[in-house]
Design a binder for this molecule. Structure first.
Ligand code: SF4
Ligand code: SF4
Length: 370
């Protein structure tokens, strides 16, 4: 049965692809947009107004590094005026003194600060930037001094997985309310670097145990969210809570997508804000309607009792592994391609090199560093 199209609740706004770091696990597209392709202040504010009219309750301001937008205060204030909850997702590098206080004054509700490693050497190696760790620690202190709630975000892969206990101590020492330990999702630059990033199953299992024990021990002190890797799972996750179901993302140039990796599905056409208004995109875009609800599903999803739990999993992963975005997510044990996915991962781990990365760059030849 066709589901009614409900209003979206959340929006991820990728304000820019510019970033002072060059993380090898970055989920931004490999073809990054330069600054001259970014929407201007007026266009972003018009988009936020329409998002609020449509029902959006929370906006995650991301990038790239969103604090590189000099108009960030104005953008935050425009959302605060409409009562929309704002979360700033930042790498915490090069933020001028007084900027965080100014953002809090503009109405910012929350800051999520990423750490590439729990120690300086790892942060510098993964992010490819000297002195990055100290700057992040200083940003965390300023966030707390400004009275804003703080989440520490720790993207995990084979090069920092053993630092999970240190990430927990780091987040506690910084006074974070929440720690998100998220196994890297293999999209964008992370997909390009998967051979160097994918952990072994035993390491993932150790990490699951450590996080589970910490969640118990720190109950009521600090919340720990744990995003497990779905390539070792039995069933997939409900990617974005279901395709075009309650959230969407906007690229720096105003292209509106159901998720950040959706552009890898080349058969879909994505509208740009300005060419169409946001309500029309949400309700009528062929890309948004392509995998909405359950009508598009084939077997084994079509007759599966989990179809409204995981919504068939991730369309981009189906595209990447099965070569067909409408296939059952190969992460699912019921997928005829589940074995192929395991083989692909096995090959990646077998041939993994210890620290050879293709670092994320805008408008330059990518380089491999060993
Ligand atoms: S993952 Fe790293 S490179 Fe990508 S936007 Fe975040 S801080 Fe920048
Ligand atoms: S068959 Fe489809 S709906 Fe059922 S668990 Fe697998 S991915 Fe989910």
């Amino acid at each position: 049965m066709t589901d009614p199209v409900l209003p979206p609740i959340g929006m991820l706004a990728e304000l820019t692809h510019r970033c002072p770091l060059q993380c090898a696990y970055c989920s931004n597209p490999v073809e990054l947009l330069k600054a001259n392709r970014e929407m201007d202040t007026a266009a972003w504010i018009a988009l936020f107004e329409q998002a609020a009219d449509l029902g959006v309750l929370q906006v995650h301001l991301s990038g790239g590094e969103p604090t590189l937008r000099t108009d960030l205060n104005e953008l935050v204030a425009s959302l605060a005026r409409r009562g929309v909850y704002t979360n700033l997702i930042t790498a915490g590098i090069g933020i001028a003194e007084g900027r965080i206080e100014a953002l809090a004054d503009a109405g910012l509700d929350h800051i999520q600060l990423s750490f590439q490693g729990a120690v300086a050497a790892t942060t510098e190696k993964i992010g490819h930037a000297r002195g990055a760790h100290e700057k992040k620690l200083e940003t965390a202190r300023r966030v707390r001094a400004a009275g804003l709630p703080l989440t520490i975000n720790a993207p995990i892969h084979r090069h920092n997985m053993e630092e999970v206990p240190d990430f927990i101590e780091l987040a506690l020492s910084l006074g974070a309310e929440r720690l998100e330990i998220a196994n890297v999702q293999y999209a964008g630059w992370a997909l390009l670097n998967r051979k160097a990033l994918m952990p072994e199953r035993e390491a993932v299992e150790r990490q699951v145990q450590i996080v589970g024990e910490a969640q118990e021990r720190l109950r009521g002190i600090m919340a720990i969210d744990f995003v497990t890797p779905d390539y070792f799972a039995v069933y997939p996750k409900p990617c974005m809570g279901g395709w075009a179901r309650d959230a969407f993302m906007v690229a720096p140039d105003g292209t509106v997508l159901p998720c950040h990796a959706a552009a890898t599905i080349k058969s879909l056409h994505f509208e740009r804000f300005g060419d169409w208004n946001l309500s029309r995109i949400w309700h009528e875009s062929s890309a948004f309607n392509a995998f909405r609800g359950t009508d598009w599903m084939r077997e084994p999803c079509r007759s599966c009792d989990r179809q409204e739990i995981d919504w068939g999993g991730c369309r981009c992963q189906a595209m990447a592994i099965a070569g067909d975005a409408a296939a059952t997510d190969p992460a699912c044990i019921k997928s005829p391609l589940h074995e192929r996915m395991a083989a692909l991962i096995g090959e990646a781990i077998e041939t993994a090199t210890s620290d050879a990365f293709v670092y994320r760059r805008i408008g330059k030849e990518v380089e491999t560093s060993v």
